[in-house]
Write a protein that binds this ligand. Structure first.
Ligand code: CP
Length: 323
């Protein structure tokens, strides 16, 4: 695997899920595989889970790890070509990438959407520059449009907790005071569409996800109706993807104070099939979900986060196998 961005990069999903369980039984089974190999993890944005779980995954495989926080100690990087660099950015990504690549064997990238220019974000400009100019395998640690390590961990968690062959999984928009990227819901939708689940998306009108991720998933604008009979509720906020309203890309469409009915609470969970609650974290309590639901017995947010180590170990192993 030379690049990990989308679900198809992992190949057969059932095989990947089986491999996840194999690694979960013995996290150090392949500890010799990464000997004398170095993973460089480049963060343009903050992280807790991705930073720790991906480092742990690399250690599980016997790799060395270097972590670079671009905005905390490195030169501020220009990412766009053709600009006159007379501002606060001292180095261009086009020099920085091959330099970084010379010190490692594999590169992980976290680079969120700027939410100002839809085409720039949805072209995965930063990630693709790493692919093009590093000459090394590159994997996404949440890029402008996708967060596949999260979606894979989410799928592992659903597989572990489902009690019927084809559970109903609902992705629900929930309110948030800031504009957030669409990477998590994009990937979750993409991976659920590829998995053996009945998948429904619910959000207020105007928040339609890009069809390359949402595909033919059922969209239900009535949140309570969408929740009926659900086995898993996956909550997340996202800003306007600009699918039906390109001029609103990256914006919050309505003041969040008016949207608090969408906060996941016991009221909505009552119409589900005793559903599990999921969220990628970090989560704003009282906005996305009530304390009662996230602390309740059906909440999976901690095992879901723990599975990030497993998803990252499988992905790094696949990359190492092809070095
Ligand atoms: N879910 C997730 O990616 O968490 P972090 O932003 O803390 O890495």
């Amino acid at each position: 695997m030379k690049s990990f961005l989308n679900v198809q990069d992992l190949g057969n999903l059932k095989a990947a899920l089986a491999e996840a369980q194999e690694i979960k039984q013995d996290r150090f089974k392949y500890v010799e595989m990464g000997k004398n190999k170095t993973a460089l993890l480049v963060f343009f944005n903050n992280s807790l889970r991705t930073r720790l779980s991906t480092q742990k995954a690399a250690l599980n495989l016997g790799m060395n790890v270097i972590v670079l926080d671009v905005n905390a100690g490195a030169w501020k990087l220009e990412t766009e070509r053709g600009v006159i660099m007379d501002g606060d950015k001292s180095e261009h990504l086009l020099e920085a990438i091959p330099v970084m690549a010379s010190y490692c064997d594999v590169i992980g990238i976290r680079s969120f959407a700027g939410l100002a220019d839809r085409e720039y974000d949805y072209s995965e400009t930063v990630y693709n520059q790493f692919v093009k100019y590093s000459g090394k395998p590159v994997f996404a640690m949440e890029t402008a449009t996708v967060h596949p390590l999260q979606a894979f961990a989410d799928l592992i968690t659903i597989e572990e907790h489902k009690t019927c062959p084809r559970p109903k999984v609902v992705l629900t928009w929930a309110p948030h005071p800031k504009s957030l990227p669409q990477a998590v819901p994009d990937s979750f939708a993409e991976w659920m569409n590829a998995a053996d689940v009945d998948f429904v998306i619910t959000h207020p009108e105007g928040y339609e996800l890009d069809p390359r991720f949402a595909s033919n998933a059922q969209v239900e604008y009535d949140q309570l109706k969408a929740f009926e009979g659900a086995d898993f509720i996956y909550a997340k906020n996202w800003s306007c993807p600009g699918v039906t309203n390109p001029d609103k890309y990256g914006q919050i469409l309505d003041d969040y104070h008016k949207m608090m009915d969408w906060t996941v609470s016991a009221r909505q969970m009552a119409v589900t099939n005793n559903a599990h609650f999921m969220h990628c974290l970090p989560v704003r309590r009282g906005m996305i979900v009530t304390d009662e639901v996230i602390e309740g017995p059906r909440s999976l947010v901690i095992p879901e986060a723990a599975n990030r180590e497993i998803s990252a170990t499988v992905v790094l192993k696949r990359i190492l196998e092809n070095l």
